[in-house]
Design a protein around this ligand. Structure first.
Ligand code: NAP
Length: 311
């Protein structure tokens, strides 16, 4: 019977949350997964995933469905359930959610991060159809084709180098006349002869079923031109989804990601974090691994003498 009382509440139903649910359920913890939208997280928008071990190629949607089915063997998944507030009463967390109250002894924050968007016409419509936010996920599909990378930070330059190395014809589009990326990356971009389009912004993306062109405006001249491209990789930063972490008073780094120990514990007792919300390499396999570690640490923490004496 679901009386809203759990050992562990996992907040976020992406790969980190699903993996944590499997490990926690198998360890015997009464576990619930709360997801404010539908489960899957950012992998839902990936048309094809080729770097998840054991699957040579699988759509993000299909992998999400498989993870969801697997996790639900061990823990109920409550989709469209947003955490609106959390209070701590002794050793128990009281979570106010859009679908009612939940109590848990421990929490895993697996709320992920969101790619910052340009907010230009066509970006949303052509997302997954040529517009991508992840070169390591989707770059392979554009081998030998014309692509742009948008941004001037480390990620954008790494994307440009990665795409160039796998045989894409890359133009790096940046809004200013100087990159903020570290010099070593700038040197590599120059060494590989990657074309840069500076002081320029994307005004819109054009295409019916897939991306055909990007309209680029030169901010110095004010002139716009259409650039034929099959792919556009947007790397203008990411925003950690740290609302829940802030509610819990968890320590964040200077970019807003949750600081964790190797065992995924945060500075707040009983609170763990896993996946993209912890920063670092944002990949499904990493998130799943961190979810496993966080659940195991939560189990060990709940089995410690402190908890056992609470009955
Ligand atoms: P970032 O450093 O915040 O850079 C974002 C870039 O996007 C900036 O060049 C910015 O332009 C541009 N930008 C932002 N909003 C834009 C908009 N609306 N339109 C056009 N351009 C826009 O983000 P990041 O590259 O993803 O890196 C995030 C963090 O991870 C950084 O601290 C970075 O150092 C770190 N990182 C490290 C490595 C590594 O190997 N060490 C690799 C990747 C990331 P402006 O420059 O004009 O502001």
């Amino acid at each position: 019977m679901d009386d809203g009382s759990y050992d562990l509440a996992i907040i976020g139903g992406g790969p980190a949350g699903s993996s944590a649910a499997v490990y926690a359920g198998r360890a015997g913890l009464r576990t619930v997964v709360l997801e404010k939208q539908i489960s899957g997280g950012q992998m839902m928008v990936s048309p094809l995933i080729e770097n998840w071990p054991g699957d040579k190629g699988i759509s993000g949607e299909a992998l999400s469905a498989r993870m969801k089915q697997h996790a639900e063997l061990y823990a109920p998944l409550k989709e469209f359930t947003e955490v609106e507030g959390i209070e701590r009463d002794g050793g128990l967390f009281h979570l106010r959610t859009s679908e009612g109250d939940i109590r848990s002894k421990a929490i895993i924050i697996a709320t992920g991060a969101t790619h910052r968007k340009l907010g230009v016409p066509g970006e949303e419509e052509l997302s997954g159809k040529g517009v991508s936010f992840c070169a390591t996920c989707d770059g392979f599909f554009f081998k030998g084709r014309d692509v742009i990378v948008v941004g001037g930070g480390n990620t954008a330059l790494l994307y440009a180098i990665y795409l160039n190395n796998i045989g894409c014809h890359v133009k790096l589009v940046h809004r200013r006349d100087a990159f903020r990326a570290e010099k070593a990356l700038q040197d590599q971009v120059a060494k590989f002869g990657i074309e840069t389009v500076l002081s320029s912004v994307v005004e819109r993306f054009l295409g019916e079923d897939s991306l055909d062109k990007a309209v680029i405006k030169d901010l110095r001249t004010g002139l716009s031109k259409e650039l034929p491209v099959a792919g556009a990789f947007i790397a203008v930063g990411e925003e950690p989804n740290n609302g829940v972490a802030k509610m819990l008073g968890v320590e964040l780094d200077h970019e807003g990601y949750v600081n964790v120990e190797r065992d995924m514990r945060t500075n707040v007792p009983g609170v763990f974090a896993a996946g993209d919300i912890t920063g670092g390499l944002k990949q499904i396999v990493v998130a799943a691994g961190e979810g496993a570690v966080a659940a195991t640490s939560a189990f060990e923490s709940l089995m410690s003498p402190y908890w056992l004496t609470r009955g």
